[in-house]
Ligand binder design. Sequence first.
Ligand SMILES: C[S@@+](CC[C@H](N)C(=O)[O-])C[C@H]1O[C@@H](n2cnc3c(N)ncnc32)[C@H](O)[C@@H]1O
Length: 226
Amino acid sequence: MAPDRILFYQPLRTEDGSPTLVHPVFGEAYSSRHGAWMQANELYLKLTRTHQHPAPRVLEIGFGLGVNFRATLENCVQRGVPLEYLSYEFLPVSREVLASVEVPLSPHARRVWEEVLTNWPAYPQTFLALQGTWGRLGIHFEDVMTAQFPPRWASAVYLDPFSPQVNPEPWQFPVLERLLAALQPGGYLATYSVAGQVRRNLEAAGFRVEKVPGVGKKAWTRAKRP
Ligand SMILES: C[S@@+](CC[C@H](N)C(=O)[O-])C[C@H]1O[C@@H](n2cnc3c(N)ncnc32)[C@H](O)[C@@H]1O
């Protein structure tokens, strides 16, 4: 969709061997340098307990390279449970860039991902919707600052913008307050940031916030809608 080219993005091999890219303007990697695939699975999928949910509904901030989507899809097709995945992305990469980042997938999940690539918009579009026996994917190509989230819809929220230093808007109270309203009671939000201001904003929005051990010295944040 965006007029971007793979050569604008710096490729990075993360510590678990999976690839990511460094964004040319934000100057940050799309996923953790400790492991892109690891982060998608351990932080987003498992910390929100999506890996055990019988019919997960995930709301994601920042579709990026679709790594979190693919990790969640893989888990759901392995378990034979339907997935509903709703993501928001205001700067979508081109199909060429998206296709350049490969992660290990079973044949079933790979077929779904190929369908995403085939249907990935070549020109600006506001919404992408796909569905199959595996479930449904919806991507709103819009800014989360103005997006309307469905109330009490999500079993999990993956809060995955770039860092609060370079990409402060999605971490602010008005967005977090709307994310709380989009979660089902008892649902979890997970994010890689443990910045004090982010945690205070989450608490002010009404979440019950905990700092949990991540990888190495890195900690992660999990927040629950009471
Ligand atoms: C760290 S990357 C997300 C990686 C992604 N979750 C994945 O699994 O590959 C952050 C993404 O958030 C998007 N983003 C940042 N601010 C946004 C905003 N205000 N509205 C919508 N998307 C935003 C960026 O364009 C970028 O694609």
